[in-house]
Design a protein around this ligand. Structure first.
Ligand SMILES: [Zn+2]
Length: 199
């Protein structure tokens, strides 16, 4: 069983000349220590501090998962030198880049252990993944930008405007994840319960 610690709630708001944004960053503690989405390089000090406040060091992290390769989701991957790195569907350790099929099965699932699965959820980018974890509080999906934030369930324009390389696929994967998990940790907002949205 795992505990999920949301280290930082992500956000995304329009500002002059662009958007002001950072991702939601999550630490999963259990038989493995897993960090999902690592903010921007400018957040390095804050991230190290937040991890250490949970009684873990960067050296204790054995998996770092970036749900996709955008810069606010990979910014501090280089803090975790003892970890296998999973960026979208790309799995590596040091200079070794594994064949996709070494870890992901034909259904696009990479089982880290009996309580953690990385599942392929393309849409925002073609190689997006989500982390599905069984915790003391129920089944949590840490989904990156498959969901931007809770409000994008009622207002599709939020996730569409955040960029979608394949909106049909994204819509399908959003519905699948929504029906499967109890909680969603979206890419740019606080964790929310799915119970009001079950069909
Ligand atoms: Zn993002």
């Amino acid at each position: 069983m795992y505990e999920a610690h949301i280290l930082f709630d992500g956000y995304c708001r329009p500002t002059k000349g662009g958007v002001f944004a950072n991702c939601t960053c999550t630490l999963l503690r259990g038989p493995n220590n897993i960090i999902v989405d690592t903010l921007t390089p400018w957040d390095k000090k804050d991230l190290v501090k937040a991890i250490e406040q949970r009684g873990v060091t960067c050296e204790d992290i054995n998996y770092v998962v970036s749900t996709h390769g955008h810069s606010d989701h990979v910014g501090n991957n280089n803090l975790f030198l003892k970890a296998q790195h999973i960026v979208g569907r790309c799995v590596s350790y040091e200079q070794l880049y594994y064949d996709d099929s070494a870890f992901f099965n034909a259904d696009g699932v990479y089982e880290i252990d009996e309580n953690v699965r990385i599942v392929s959820t393309p849409g925002h980018t073609e190689s997006d993944v989500s982390v599905i974890v069984r915790t003391v509080d129920g089944l949590i999906g840490v989904v990156g930008d498959l969901f931007e934030r809770e409000e994008d369930i009622e207002d599709e324009s939020i996730w569409l405007n955040a960029g979608s390389e394949n909106s049909d696929l994204q819509r399908k994967n959003r519905n699948t994840i929504l029906s499967q998990v109890d909680w969603i940790v979206p890419g740019h907002g606080p964790m929310f319960s799915t119970k009001n949205y079950k069909l």
